[in-house]
Design a binder for this molecule. Structure first.
Ligand SMILES: [Zn+2]
Length: 224
C-alpha cells in the first residue's frame, strides 16, 4: 500500500502567515471517518490509487477551478476537506481593541460570520460567488477556508457538512508527515492546460525536450 495518513487519531495544526488565525484539526480513528462516494473517485480524478485510508475523509485535493486559482493566487490550489466538528480555531484579538487573550471559536462560529468574532478579530469573509464563502486574515491576507452553502452537491449529500482548509496554511511539519499528499483532483477540465499537464505527467509531460534538461543536469554534476 502506498504511504497513507495514520489510521489512529492524530492532529494537524496550521494558520495564517501572521498567526492572527490558528487552527487545530483533530482526525479521529479510521472507522469514524466517512467513506467517500465511489462515484466521485473516477480514474481521471484520482492522483494515487485508492486505499483503505484515502477512500475516507479527510480528502486532500488539487483544485484547478477558476475561482480557487484567482482568489488565493495559486496556479493550482490544494484543499483539505474535513467535517466541521474536527476543526477548532484560535484567533487573536485586533491590536486596536482592549482584549489581550486569544479567542477560541468552533468552525460554526468561525465560518458563519459571527459578528463579534468579525469585529474583535482579523477573521474576514469574502463570497467569491453566491454559494462560495471564503475566509482570509484581514491582517496578512492569507486565504484560510472555503465552504459552500446553497443546494447540496453529491459530496455534501454523502459526507454531511464539511469545509475546505487551504493546505498551504498547514504547518510545514504537518505537510511533511508520512502519507500527506493530494489524492484527488477536481475541475481539471477547467484548469490551465499546462498546469493540468504538469500535475498529471510531471516534467516529462510538460517539456518534450526533457532529454536536454538531463544533459544540463549532467553538466551541473561535472562542474561540482
Ligand atoms: Zn494573518
Amino acid at each position: 500500500m502506498a504511504a497513507a495518513l495514520p489510521k489512529t487519531p492524530f492532529q494537524l495544526h496550521g494558520g495564517c502567515f501572521c498567526t492572527a488565525i490558528r487552527y487545530t484539526i483533530s482526525i479521529p480513528e479510521l472507522s469514524q471517518r466517512k467513506l467517500l462516494p465511489k462515484a466521485s473517485m473516477t480514474a481521471d480524478r484520482l492522483l494515487v490509487p485508492p486505499n483503505e485510508v484515502n477512500e475516507r475523509l479527510p480528502i486532500i485535493t488539487l483544485d484547478h477551478c477558476n475561482s480557487c486559482r484567482r482568489v488565493p493566487g495559486a496556479i493550482v490550489h490544494s484543499w483539505f476537506l474535513c467535517p466541521r466538528e474536527w476543526v477548532e480555531f484560535t484567533v487573536q484579538p485586533r491590536e486596536s481593541g482592549d482584549e489581550k487573550e486569544a479567542i477560541r471559536a468552533d468552525s460554526t462560529a468561525y465560518l458563519h460570520e459571527d459578528k463579534t468574532l468579525a469585529e474583535r478579530t482579523y477573521v474576514t469573509h469574502f463570497k467569491s460567488s453566491e454559494h462560495s464563502n471564503r475566509t482570509f486574515c484581514g491582517k496578512c491576507g492569507t486565504h484560510v477556508t472555503l465552504f459552500k452553502t446553497g443546494p447540496l452537491g453529491p459530496l455534501q449529500q454523502a459526507l454531511g457538512p464539511f469545509f475546505d482548509v487551504a493546505v498551504g496554511t498547514l504547518d510545514k511539519e504537518c505537510l511533511e508527515m508520512e502519507g500527506f499528499m493530494p489524492t484527488i483532483q477536481f475541475w481539471h477540465d477547467d484548469g490551465i492546460p499546462w498546469a493540468v499537464k504538469l500535475v498529471n505527467e510531471g516534467k516529462k509531460g510538460l517539456h518534450a525536450d526533457v532529454a536536454d534538461l538531463s544533459k544540463l543536469k549532467a553538466e551541473d554534476e561535472q562542474k561540482k
